[in-house]
Ligand binder design. Sequence first.
Ligand SMILES: [Zn+2]
Ligand SMILES: [Zn+2]
Length: 438
Amino acid sequence: MRFLFIIIFVLPCIFLLGQKKNMPKVVNNQEKLENMIAELAKANESDVIKWRRHLHQYPELSNREFKTMAYIAENLKGLDVSIETGMAHTGVVAVLNTGKPGPVIGLRADMDGLPVYERVKLPFASKEESEYLGQKVGVMHACGHDSHVAILMGVAKMLHAMKNDLKGKIVFVFQPAEEGAPLGEEGGAALMIKQGLIDKYGIQVMYGLHISSITDAGTITYKPLGTMAAADQFSIKVKGKQVHGSRPWSGVDPIVTAAQIILGLQTIVSRQLDLTNEAAVITVGKISGGVRNNIIPEEVEMIGTIRTLDTEMQKIVHEKIKLTAEKIAESTGATAEVKIHTGYPVTFNNPQLTAKMLPSLEKAAGEDNVRVIKATTGAEDFSFFAQKVPGLFFFLGGKPKNVDMLDASQHHTPDFYIDESGFIIGMRALAQLVIDTN
Ligand SMILES: [Zn+2]
Ligand SMILES: [Zn+2]
């Protein structure tokens, strides 16, 4: 009996185990594609860095990205993609059509620089200058949009090489003016949508990333639901009565009134909002008035930004800014004219899509390198796309690992600095998201 058992059960098992050991490891299609992405990202990494450095050296302001548009179009020319230039002034939309039925996936990169003089000592530092709101300004990629463009151009090349393994269409959206169109102009994501981007190309889902100078290169951070704040602009015109600087009592001083208003505005957030609910920010970013030391001027104007993560709080802030400015002005004998321009809505990550695509981000960066974060008070006009189709917007680490987070350079400053070693994770993440979307 025992002998029979050995012959029937034990021997075949030993034989099968031996066979398995000698068999090559079976790689399924998913793994094959994941490996291809890793290899293609590695192969294209140095080009992406080279392109980013070129873009960094020649940044352009919002709605003026003409050279950037030409550079992108030229770069994509060699690929089998249709290219539309000039959407929303300087945008580029390229479509990779696999010819097979499947999803239409939008990948977005913003293109514009900022009116900032670069202070970082880099061989490819920007020396560009331009004019902004009547002032001569430096121009710098101080938010890292140069890296977004370069990464997306790299991803286009990677996916083009993988065309036979893909299905559906991939729409590469290079978007101008994320930082906001110049006064009186339309631009950015809102204008692309107005010009029919989503319907024309039939985009069904949209992905985007933002480099971060304060999170480690090699990591990805994200948040489901509201991830970035709504951003609204305000302007306050304080009108007084012009008088000699030696006789303030004979006029109405709009400078002192404006100073009181600025401090009053800060008490809206610190004293009148329930900050245990969500964060909020009011910032006066520019104030102008007066011409010389001994004239109290007629008028002072200030402009600023409002950041909120909650619609009800947003409404309260708008009302309180108006009330605070008008009543303080009234108390000094001046008047305040308050205008609030609604800007970008909250950037909303579709929760089902975010949960479904999390494994793709983890494949790109490694499970330990993907973290959930709290919402940020920065804003993004990707939010407009995410209002139209399910969207996922995540952050790509760009801080050198040996730099402490507190010492990291900040976005929108002359010292803004990015560690390029994180780019490859961004390339892999966008390509992986495409592969895994069905
Ligand atoms: Zn920015
Ligand atoms: Zn940005």
